[in-house]
Design a protein around this ligand. Sequence first.
Ligand SMILES: Cc1cc2nc3c(=O)[nH]c(=O)nc-3n(C[C@H](O)[C@H](O)[C@H](O)COP(=O)(O)OP(=O)(O)OC[C@H]3O[C@@H](n4cnc5c(N)ncnc54)[C@H](O)[C@@H]3O)c2cc1C
Length: 185
Amino acid sequence: MKDLVLIGGGHSHAIVLKMFGMKPLPGVRLTLISDVLQAPYSGMLPGHVAGFYDYDECHIDLRSLAEFAGCHILVDRAIAIDFNKNLVICQTFPPVNFDVLSVDIGSTPSTLSVPGAAEYAIAAKPVPEFLDSWNQLISQRQNHPEKPLRIAIVGGGAGGVELALNMQSRLTKFGNGLYNGFNGF
Ligand SMILES: Cc1cc2nc3c(=O)[nH]c(=O)nc-3n(C[C@H](O)[C@H](O)[C@H](O)COP(=O)(O)OP(=O)(O)OC[C@H]3O[C@@H](n4cnc5c(N)ncnc54)[C@H](O)[C@@H]3O)c2cc1C
């Protein structure tokens, strides 16, 4: 038996799990280490921000996907790799042995190297943190719709444009005329 360990349960490894479920590899034991059980599907994230999709519709349930793939899932954060002993060191659980390791923990915008970003900006990734902040902002709007609000988006790529349009769509639903709009990209 070879131990194939996947770190990160995002888009890439979700596809690996699906492929394994459809066509298992004999002699390979799969383990997934993921710090979340619900993996956000970012293609639908802007639509969720607008309120078109609910949480479940735009998240991948990693537990059922792992079950389909015959994969052991460990909900934990990988914090180090010991290449001498072929071990993944986890935050909570004991080290996980591997023969083959795939690390795909996605990307996170750097906030520390941009002055002011850590204080004022909300990064689009990690998505769970972004959604927490967005939901907080929405409930503040519901409680205090009279407060003026201005949002600036940093980054005018496809993701930034999608988020801008969908945030605007959601915020204008409050319909009180006090939403001041975006500062641009
Ligand atoms: C608003 C927005 C819209 C987008 N729309 C699209 C689109 O329409 N089409 C498209 O192709 N792409 C889109 N993208 C880009 C897409 O999200 C990425 O290309 C894709 O997520 C990369 O997949 P990944 O598996 O590398 O990483 P991710 O999907 O980011 O997954 C990484 C996973 O690893 C986990 N993780 C991180 N650190 C650890 C650790 N130490 N231990 C264990 N687990 C860990 C994270 O929690 C996460 O679940 C969009 C991105 C954004 C922000």
